[in-house]
Every structure is written in structure tokens, then in C-alpha cells.
Design a protein around this ligand. Structure first.
Ligand code: FAD
Length: 295
């Protein structure tokens, strides 16, 4: 462990105050939510902020509510709350699946959805299901509020489009179309799979009135610098019967799209093989849920 660099610590009570401190602090400022990434990164020396702004005293940033057209999830909502939420289970099954396998219960009690996006880990468990569900982030900055798709926020390992003074305040997950089902699976390096993903896959499938696949979304973790949309795999499913042949074609296309690195957790070739197997499994679950939703 490296010695922590000295930093000034703030607990503002409003968004305006937080944005003001961040804007004045420039590149050395960092937000603190649950701290499960930031504190570890500071202890290892990967991050050396001069200013840390804790969001915990700002009202209205945590909780899950039904709103017109979907659900709104506050950025400070802990992963454990996502896991336990019946609303998330009904409206975004892949997100509930992912929350249930993110780390261990103590980490899930601290880790937040906003921090998971803000960290932008290629191995993130929440990025893929949020992209499958076409989630939209609300972001507050010095120029006011704006909305961006979660998909468009990721630009590289640990990097987002967010400026240092931007704060994700909530995530909107739209009500899925009729006949939609989604699921998420991951394989971690240790038995039980609740550690960082060697590979993770989220999929969403919409069945049309004729029983064919009207649309599909497939997003993989830990196989590229950002969560990876497997567009060719999605196209391999569109318009087809939800058969084993269609699932196999999509799984092969997803594996072919992967651009993984080799690291301590897995070799690149092992990740590609896992990506194909997991994509097939997660598609079967998503199709089964889509059939349930079509009844
Ligand atoms: C033992 C352990 C196991 C883990 N296992 C997993 C796992 O299996 N899967 C997984 O996905 N992750 C895992 N993680 C990583 C981590 O728990 C998650 O990424 C978590 O969701 C981060 O949330 P946080 O609130 O703790 O973020 P913090 O550490 O507080 O912040 C992380 C980053 O996001 C920024 N940030 C925080 N909130 C916001 C916001 N509202 N707007 C903009 N930027 C913001 C911060 O400035 C910082 O750069 C693990 C971590 C540990 C320590």
C-alpha cells in the first residue's frame, strides 16, 4: 500500500455546492459515493485526488421509484437495494440478475449504481444490463441538467464522457416493450462467481406476436475496453424463430466480436470461448422470460 496523498474532504448538502467545489478543484477533484472503487484506488495509488467530494449528504440521490414510462433509480442507490427491489425485478430483470452477483453482500451494501458507471470498468456488472435496457443517465453540471444514454458514457477503461464537475444524479430505465425478457450471467475467477467478471453477458429479447424475435440486444463485459454491444449477434437473431440454431449463430457472432486482453484472471482465448458459452446461456434465459412476458 502506498501512503495516501493529502486531500481536502467535503460533504456538501446540495448539488449546486458539490458542482461548485468540483469545478473549482479542476482535474484533482473526485466524487465519492460508496467508495468501494475510489478508496481502493486511492490506497493503491491508482488515484491521487487533491479534493474528495462525498455525495452522501445531498438529498434525493438515492432510491427507486416508478415514474411515467419507466423507473427512476437514484445514482446513490446501493447495489443491495437494486437486488432487493421488486420494481427492478419486474422492469429490468437483467439488472436484478447483475446486482445479485456483484461482489459480496458487504460490498453490495456500499457500492452504488452511479459509482459503477462512474468507474467505467470494462468488467462492470451493471453497465451491460443498463445498456440492454436502454437506460438514460441524468447528469448535473455547471450548465444545468442533461440526459445521455448509459451506452454513450463509456469511452475506455476507467474513462467516461463525464467532465470532472459532472454528477450522475439518476438513471431512468424505460418500461420494456410487450414480449420483452432480459437476463445477465457472469463467470468470475472464483467459485460462486461473485467476484470481478472474467466474462459477463446481458441480453434482452423481444418476441413479436408471431413468436419470432422482433429485436435483441446483447452486451458483454470484460472482453473489450468498454461494455461491448454485439451488433452482429443481435442481427443474427432479428426476425428468426427463437430456436437453438438462432441462439448458436448469435453466440458465435458474439464470440467473434470480442477483443479481450489476457490478464491474471483469464487468457484472451479463454474469454472468447466463455463469451460464446455464456451468450448462448443468457439468451436461453432471456427468451424464456420473453415467452413468460408474452403470455
Ligand atoms: C472486493 C470488491 C469486489 C468488487 N466486485 C465487483 C463486481 O463483481 N462487479 C462490479 O461491477 N464491480 C465490483 N467492484 C467494484 C465496485 O464495487 C463497483 O464498481 C461499485 O458499483 C462502485 O460504486 P461506489 O459507489 O463504491 O463508487 P465509488 O468508489 O464511490 O466511485 C467510483 C468512481 O465513480 C465516480 N462516481 C461515483 N459516483 C458518481 C456519480 N454519481 N456521478 C459521477 N461519477 C461518480 C467516482 O468519482 C469514482 O471515480 C468490486 C469492488 C470491491 C472492493
Amino acid at each position: 500500500m502506498k501512503r495516501l496523498r493529502e486531500f481536502s474532504y467535503h460533504e456538501p448538502e446540495s448539488l449546486e455546492a458539490a458542482i461548485g467545489i468540483l469545478a473549482a478543484g479542476g482535474d484533482g477533484a473526485r466524487l465519492l459515493a460508496g467508495g468501494t472503487d475510489l478508496v481502493v484506488d486511492m490506497k493503491t495509488g491508482r488515484m491521487r485526488p487533491s479534493i474528495v467530494v462525498n455525495l452522501k449528504r445531498i438529498p434525493g440521490l438515492s432510491g427507486i421509484e416508478a415514474v411515467e414510462g419507466g423507473i427512476r433509480i437514484g445514482a446513490l442507490t446501493p447495489v443491495a437495494t437494486l437486488q432487493a427491489s421488486p420494481l427492478v425485478g419486474q422492469m429490468a430483470a437483467a439488472l436484478a440478475d447483475a446486482a445479485a452477483v456483484l461482489a459480496t453482500p458487504p460490498v453490495r451494501g456500499l457500492a452504488t449504481i452511479g459509482g459503477n458507471i462512474g468507474r467505467a470498468s470494462p468488467a462492470s456488472d451493471l453497465g451491460p444490463p443498463l445498456i440492454v435496457h436502454e437506460a438514460i443517465a441524468t447528469i448535473e453540471g455547471p450548465d444545468g441538467s442533461r440526459e445521455e444514454t448509459v451506452e454513450s458514457l463509456y469511452v475506455g477503461p476507467g474513462a467516461t464522457t463525464l467532465a470532472v464537475h459532472d454528477i450522475i444524479t439518476s438513471i431512468f430505465v424505460p418500461t420494456p416493450a410487450a414480449g420483452f425478457g432480459s437476463a445477465h450471467l457472469k463467470i468470475g475467477a472464483r467459485a460462486g462467481g461473485t467476484d470481478i467478471a472474467m466474462v459477463g453477458v446481458s441480453a434482452g429479447v423481444t418476441l413479436g406476436a408471431d413468436g419470432r424475435i422482433a429485436a435483441a440486444r446483447i452486451v458483454l463485459a470484460s472482453v473489450a475496453p468498454t461494455p461491448l454491444r454485439a451488433i452482429a449477434a443481435e442481427q443474427a437473431l432479428a426476425g428468426r424463430e427463437p430456436s437453438e440454431e438462432a441462439v448458436a449463430a448469435a453466440a458465435a457472432a458474439a464470440a467473434a466480436a470480442c477483443r479481450p486482453i489476457s490478464d491474471l484472471r483469464a487468457s484472451a482465448s479463454h474469454r472468447v470461448a466463455l463469451a460464446g458459452v455464456l451468450t448462448a446461456r443468457v439468451l436461453r434465459s432471456a427468451i424464456a422470460r420473453a415467452r413468460e412476458a408474452s403470455r
